[in-house]
Design a binder for this molecule. Sequence first.
Ligand code: XMP
Length: 507
Amino acid sequence: MILLVDFGSQTAHLIGRRVRDLGVKVTIVEPEHALEQIKKLNPKGIIFSGGPASVFEKGAPTIDKKIYELGIPILGICYGWQLTAYLLHGSVKEGKKEYGPTTLKIQDFSDIFYGLPESTRVFESHGTTVYDLPIGFQSIASTGHVQYAAAKHSSKHIFGVQFHPEMYHTKHGRAILKNFLTRICTIGVHPKRLDVQAMIDEIREKVGDKRVMGAFSGGTDSAVAGALVARAIGNQFIPIYIDSGLMREGTIERIKNNFPDLLGMKVTIINARREFLSRLAGVTDPELKRKTIGRLYIELFEKEAKRYPDVQFLLQGTTYADFIQAKGKGKDRSAHIKSHHNVGGLPEKMKLQLLEPLRYYYTDQVRKIGLKLKLPKDVIYQQPFPGPGHAVRIVGEVTPSRLAQQVEADAIVVAELKKANWYHRVFQCWSVMTGTNSTGVKGDGRFYGEVVALRIVTSKDRMTADWVRIPYEILARISTRIVNEVPGVSRVVYDITTKPPATMEWE
Ligand code: XMP
């Protein structure tokens, strides 16, 4: 078993998942309970996660230094490494901030970097850096800006890395964690399989003879969640689709035509397009926008639920990435990034109990579950689409005309990527109404219209993303079509920012 100390990182759960995927048990603990839990559980290794604080900040989370004396292997990641260096009297300072991909040059291949090439791509996200190593430590890898991007103690099994091996965009991240587990902690690894039948049994047990209403968005997550519940409880399930008008072109048709077959039952459709637009009138703050949409969804569900007095559960296709990005309240140390409508925006006194069978799964796992349930590939491999839909892709107020522009521009992006066989090669692609105007010339006249941005990204788990080096000809076609076909658009630009530091959505 591995003990994972969570210093509030967005990716602490991801570290846990990477380790569990290798068939090794993980217990996640708060820093202040780490020593007592280590003594109680006797883990074979300890991992310190990253975290948003700086070690010298007032109130920054810390651990009991005795942990370093126990002889148990330790791997400190980002904040976990800085804290280790700080507590063992190295020097840690505010340094050059590094966010996103960078090249790691490895000097020592004997332990955690066993079998890796001399240089490899890693993902970093830090503003604090280790400047002087504590006594007994030596550097094992560096980057262009950071000399001690990775270090080890020469006799104790203590390792530190400045970058994030758990992130998918760190090319050899899995190998680094596996090396730590097998070579340093001497644990055998046995990659794990998904047990869909166990998920279905669990839902049946939890729900008993009660009824469940299902919140559909038309996307993969809610379709997979719905199919799981339909298999588990059959007609006790009431699938509903609230048509907000904020979804992609073609969504409502798909819900009407494909979903009844997919679930083996009829889907109730509630047309609420007008209501969403009127609630969104005048709302420009992104968080308020998310919450407004989230609240209206729930209100409409609650109203519908009154027609079924025996309904006790509300099904949502929330995945772990939705949940982790929306956390950050109460005791939780990770920073609050966004209120995903299906998590952070829920009213406090919701009358239905939530059923979230995918809560601990990432997108790639959800797709595997969908495959095991034999759902059609176009449902499983469609791109994820945010719950608040186009509203968070329209910077500023969502008006009927801007929504129409966005739906049209987005449909062009999707159609052109499909035509060029690129749609399935990217994680997500979409357009953004940026809220900025620019001058153009149409015909012989001056024209002042909105700038549309294109966002096309790769990602595996939504926690990190890179922009796609899409062929220029495809970008050119999209640009020409949008400025010609979408009224009121003057210009198209391409967003070339990684996550981190940017998030994928603009709002
Ligand atoms: P960000 O912008 O947070 O996006 O980097 C990460 C992933 O989450 C999707 N996203 C959402 N999904 N409800 C959702 O169900 C939301 O409120 C929401 N906001 C963002 C986004 O499309 C990307 O895949």
